[in-house]
Design a binder for this molecule. Sequence first.
Ligand code: UDP
Length: 267
Amino acid sequence: MPSELGFPRHPIMNAAVDDVTMAEALDLIDRFVAERTPRVIVTVNVDHLMLMRRDLAFREAYARADLITCDSTPLKWALAFLGTPIRERVPGADLFPAVAERAARVGHRLFYLGAAPGVAERAAETLRRRHPGLQVVGTYSPPVMAWEELGRDEETLRRVEEARPDILFAAFGAPKQELWLDAVRDRLRVPVGIGVGGAFDFAAGETKRAPRWMQRAGLEWSFRLAQEPGRLWRRYLCVDSRFIYHVLIEKCRGRKAAAPSPPPAER
Ligand code: UDP
């Protein structure tokens, strides 16, 4: 089924993925900025799908997102296995620098919100060096608090409002960034809000991105696990590994639904 934007939207588990390429996503962002209706973009991965199984609010925030891109290679494989392939993966960590490159050319104003203190500013400095003229009109690392509280935090909201960005990147990890973007969309009315997870850390050089061959081989998770085993072992080894089981179940259900019904019994 196509999304409201006209791209094929493929359901998987409790969510869906839009079949968009990076080039299409960047053009859409330009369009959203011109239209100035607040939009939310999320980048779905296996971890998000597993979180959504037990978090209804997260599921609902995802359902209200305007664009849902595919963040991970194993998810891209799963979609192909289920008979709904997508053309390209558009991970948050690639979208973040790609938007900077486009923004420097066309003049979009960016705000980087989240990550540890100083990281967003270092990411901005790196990208300004790479793309002279880039307008990062604000960075801020709010104190750690629950997303509901952060949605009411006047200091954070005021900083974003006063900077008047066209595009707001939120890097609080999932599900906090998606829930927060959904909650503040009507208050802030920023044309584009994007949840990007660890993208500021990658751009600032705080954490290293897996080499391209590992990303293509679906092994990015193992590279991240080796860098931050204490924080990530449970996520990848205990929770996300069960994704395979859920995809197999979905495949069997899909095949049953697609199977021709038996002819009516003769009387
Ligand atoms: N983070 C934050 N506030 C929080 C929790 C996390 O700013 O309350 C930041 C964290 O410092 C990191 C980013 O969120 O920069 C994303 O973390 P993670 O690697 O978990 O993201 P994902 O794996 O979802 O991309």
